[in-house]
Design a protein around this ligand. Structure first.
Ligand SMILES: Cc1cc2nc3c(=O)[nH]c(=O)nc-3n(C[C@H](O)[C@H](O)[C@H](O)COP(=O)(O)OP(=O)(O)OC[C@H]3O[C@@H](n4cnc5c(N)ncnc54)[C@H](O)[C@@H]3O)c2cc1C
Length: 423
């Protein structure tokens, strides 16, 4: 092939690639604009439950709009025929990240529009927690208080009260192919990597796998696990999880984690379902990505790392990961070193909370180098935090607030660039 022909062919390939990226972005772009007389289903969802419930209800309309709460504009209120709010409660009674600022935002809507607004509220929660559906109740009360017209009383969906038949809806099976104990020398509860044959499933990194644990011949309530592998279409039907054996306050092993890490044999089938979690999916792959996690939270981070390792022109990743003991918790070190060599990970800070004289937590890494964090995120970067909410998620949130400032962090949240997969 002559040099000129080679240049023409590579230019044509370049243009075709750009067109393909543009078309696929256009086809998958979130549709947030409203047409006249459209019913609106607005959700506030941290882990995808409320979004899934809202989406199921849109099926009875042929023109419903599904939208996160923080993307509503005054236009939605004035053009919608009716609005249906599906809202979860997060942490100790707080709004999920994509519901932040919603209550205050109602003050900016014209009073006449509010008074002609017809709405319902469906609140999702778990009645074993004291702040059961607190945010849903607040949304219902505030809308009623400012004069909007409820079409019905507030409706509750209680995770603690699901009937067996409802529990099985949408579930399928996946075979456990292989299980590896990642920290066999540790005196602390084991962390296990599970590979499932998941032909029946489609997922993206950031999504959650729900598992129904067997309990006395029936099924217990589903438990959620962050999917730890790249998207299903890139991944040969294999889905990976990282599961920590959970020890309950009375010293027993938790139902689902015991099943997954101890009693379920390789080759046996699990009853599972993927729950899409768009607030933890990443739409851009060529921007910087700051990944922060601890313990089993590595699961959610691994999916995004692997996705970028299989993507051309992926942006840099800075991984900040915390574990307990440097002697026995060095799991997946080979994979991480490989990704560093391949330049998939541009920087790795691995810290340990039980290291004689050098204990460190992930939030310490952030606070030690605020300028480096700011500079890394400057090029339109995303932040992704995965793991325990009380132990790590709050401390990391606090550190990021100190480094970036509250309003910058709020605007990252509003623009969907601060993702939190916390439990
Ligand atoms: C979004 C998300 C992602 C997660 N990702 C991971 C992960 O990647 N790796 C990991 O190891 N863990 C993860 N977890 C934690 C995991 O879901 C389990 O809580 C953990 O494995 C302990 O479950 P268990 O059944 O062993 O313990 P158990 O003590 O038996 O149950 C733990 C929890 O299950 C729920 N539960 C128990 N009984 C009922 C009931 N009757 N009705 C309704 N709910 C009930 C409650 O929330 C309870 O606190 C995640 C949790 C969430 C919410």
């Amino acid at each position: 092939m002559s040099e000129e022909l080679r240049i023409v062919v590579s230019m044509a390939l370049g243009i075709a690639w750009c067109l393909w990226v543009g078309i696929s972005w256009f086809r998958h772009r979130p549709r947030l604009a409203i047409a006249n007389n459209q019913p609106v289903f607005a959700y506030a969802s941290q882990t995808g439950h409320a979004r899934a419930a809202a989406q199921t209800h849109t099926n009875s309309y042929n023109n419903a709009l599904l939208i996160p709460l923080n993307k509503l504009t005054p236009q939605h209120y004035s053009l919608a025929t009716e609005m249906h709010f599906f809202v979860s409660t997060y942490g100790e009674g707080e709004a999920p990240d994509n519901g932040h600022g919603f209550i205050q935002s109602l003050n900016s809507i014209n009073q006449d529009i509010i008074q002609s607004l017809k709405f319902t509220v469906t609140a999702l929660g778990d009645s074993r927690y004291p702040a059961f559906c607190a945010f849903g109740k607040q949304v219902y009360q505030q809308l009623t208080h400012i004069g909007a017209q409820p079409l019905s009383d507030i409706r509750f969906i209680d995770a603690n009260a699901k009937k067996t038949a409802d529990k099985l809806l949408g579930f399928t099976t996946a075979k456990l192919i292989k299980r590896t104990h990642l920290n066999p020398d540790s005196e602390h509860p084991g962390l296990y990597q599970l590979h499932l044959d998941a032909k029946n499933l489609t997922w993206k990194p950031g999504d959650i796998l729900e598992v129904l644990p067997p309990e006395k011949g029936k099924y217990g309530a589903p438990r959620s696990y962050s999917i730890a592998s790249a998207a299903s279409d890139l991944h040969n039907d294999q889905l990976t999880l990282l599961v920590r054996l959970h020890i309950t306050p009375d010293g027993n092993q938790g139902l689902a984690s015991r099943f997954l890490t101890q009693t379920c044999r390789e080759g046996a089938s699990l009853t599972v379902k993927v729950r899409a979690n768009p607030s933890c999916q990443l739409t851009e792959t060529n921007t910087p990505l700051l990944l922060i996690g601890a313990g089993s939270g590595l699961a959610g981070l691994l999916g995004h790392i692997e996705q970028r390792s299989l993507t051309a022109n992926a942006g840099p990743i800075w991984l900040i990961y915390g574990e307990r003991d440097p002697e026995c918790d060095h799991h997946l070190a080979t994979d991480i070193a490989h990704w560093q060599q391949q330049k998939v990970l541009s920087r790795v800070d691995r810290v340990f909370s039980r290291q004689n004289g050098a204990e460190k937590y992930v939030q310490d890494v952030l606070l030690e180098q605020p300028q480096a964090i700011k500079a890394f995120l400057k090029q339109h970067g995303d932040i992704y935090v995965c793991g325990n909410l009380a132990g790590m998620g709050k401390a990391v949130h606090h550190a990021l607030t100190q480094i970036l400032g509250q309003s910058a962090l709020e605007s990252l949240t509003a623009s969907g660039r601060y993702h939190r997969d916390l439990y």
